[in-house]
Design a protein around this ligand. Sequence first.
Ligand SMILES: [Zn+2]
Length: 296
Amino acid sequence: MRKLCITLFILLFASSAYAGKMKVVSTYPYIASIVDHIGGDRVRVNALARGDFDPHTVIPKPSFISKLRKADVLIINGAQLEIGWLPPLLKQSNNPAVNPGSSGFLDLSTHVKLIDVPKSISREQGDIHPDGNPHYYLNPHNIPLLAKAISEKLSECDSRNSSYYKSNCRNFITMWNQKTSQWDSKLAALKGKQVIEYHKNYDYLLRYYSISLAGTIEPLPGIPPTSKHIESLEKMISSRNISFILMDVYNPDEAGRHLSKKYGITFVKLPHDIGAVPEANDIVSLFDEIVRRLTK
Ligand SMILES: [Zn+2]
């Protein structure tokens, strides 16, 4: 009897803890972390994809559909980063409230200026970024824009708590600006340096801090390196002073390690989202860790 009472109490408590909370689903963990800061205890947020896998090709799980079905709000990165995996899940979840164009849907990419928007679409050649580079959130200076868009969406969908969300957003941005000035002063040391990336994950950060991208190990976004492409990279490397090879945690790193060893270039593995490395466990420590790895 006592056990039953305890179980009932836990069940009641658990359901009341969730009662009245707006259910937000985000495609990636970094979005969920910003939502957490702004939504506080009025929102329950779940990220679909994990942060230690390739964000372009997420393997769907049945739980994704049930999360989407129950969601009040869906927040995506956009710029076609989810194009390879989200649309069929949205269709199967059959929740019109969170479909693109509905009031419960937010595409964060519409709130930032995208770079590398191609003049003509070359998807047939393997380019997986036909709307421009979707990895805009890896520049800390873009995060306040995302926080504001999230705060506005939460306020719109749950107007009773609007002043709560807006006040959390102001506090978040104040804290974020303090952190960003620390990151700015550390990254200033890299100004003018030349780097190679595997995939164009860090272009927004590189451009902001005037770090020059000399080449990518992929010949085109999403296309693995060929020996011909590596040969042309090697020619370029021998005529320039490359400081780093930047590598994500999910692509094969043999080519990068080979170039690093052969030419004595520092090889840096960087997290691209929360959970990509153990140190990156929220939106703040994600950038702390990126900056630490770049400047150590
Ligand atoms: Zn990409």
